[in-house]
Design a protein around this ligand. Sequence first.
Ligand code: ADP
Ligand code: ADP
Length: 230
Amino acid sequence: PKPIITIENVNKYFGQLKALNNVSLSVRPGEKVVIIGPSGSGKSTLLRTINRLEEIDSGRIIVDGFDIMDKQNDINRIRMEVGMVFQNFNLFPHKTVLQNLTLAPTKLKKIPLAEAEENGRRLLRKVGIEEKANVYPAQLSGGQQQRVAIARALAMNPKIMLFDEPTSALDPEMIGEVLDVMVHLAREGMTMVVVTHEMGFAREVADLVVFMDQGEILEVGTPEHFFQEC
Ligand code: ADP
Ligand code: ADP
C-alpha cells in the first residue's frame, strides 16, 4: 500500500538550532511507528510537523495525498484527519468531559449535537470512563484525563493518531490504563505515530522503531532489531 504519511528531506530550525536535519520517513496505513531518542533530539518537533503545529523550513510532508505546506490547502482538513494526544492532556477545562468530545465534531464537522453526544458516549465507553461524561477535567485523575483526550481525538474519526509522550506526565500507576487504550487502538488497525519512552509499548506494538538524535533519524528498524542487542 501507498504511504499515508510521507516526510521527505525535512529541515526545521529554531533560530540557529537545527531541530530537524534532513528527516525522511514514510508511514503506511495501519502502521505503528514509535519514535525514540534522547531528550531534545527532535522527536516532538517531528511529530508536530505532521499536522503543522510546527512549520518546516524545507522539504515536503504529504498526509493522505495532501501537501500540508501548500497554503492553497485548508489545514483544518488535515487536522480533522490527524488526531493528536499531548503529554499534558490539553482538555478544555471549562467544558465537561462529554462537551470536550462534542465540541470539534459539532463546530468543525457540523455533526448534530445528539449524534455527537451518542458517539462521544460510545468513545467514553471504549476508553472505560463512561460514568465521567458530565464531570469537568479537573475532577479526573491524570490517567482518566488522558483517556478523555484520546477519546476526544477519536471523536473526529481520524485516519491517523499522533501521540506525544502520552504517559510522561502520569503517575506510574496510571500509565498502564493509558497504554492499554493505545494497544487496543493499535489492534483495531489505527495508523499511529507515537513518541514515547515506554519501551514495552514499542516492543509490543511497533511495526517500526525510529531512533532520533540531534535532529536526525539515525536508525529505523523493527522492535526485534532494536531490542535484541540491548
Ligand atoms: P524531543 O521531543 O526529542 O525532546 P524537541 O523536538 O522537543 O525534542 O526539541 C528539539 C530541539 O528543539 C531541542 O533542542 C529543543 O530545545 C528545541 N525546541 C523545541 N521547540 C522549540 C521552540 N518552540 N523554540 C525554540 N527551540 C525549540
Ligand atoms: P507540552 O508537551 O510542552 O506541554 P503541548 O504539546 O501540550 O506542549 O502543546 C504545545 C502547544 O500547542 C500549546 O501551546 C498548545 O496550546 C498548542 N496546541 C495544542 N493543540 C493544538 C491544536 N490542535 N492546534 C493548534 N495548537 C495546539
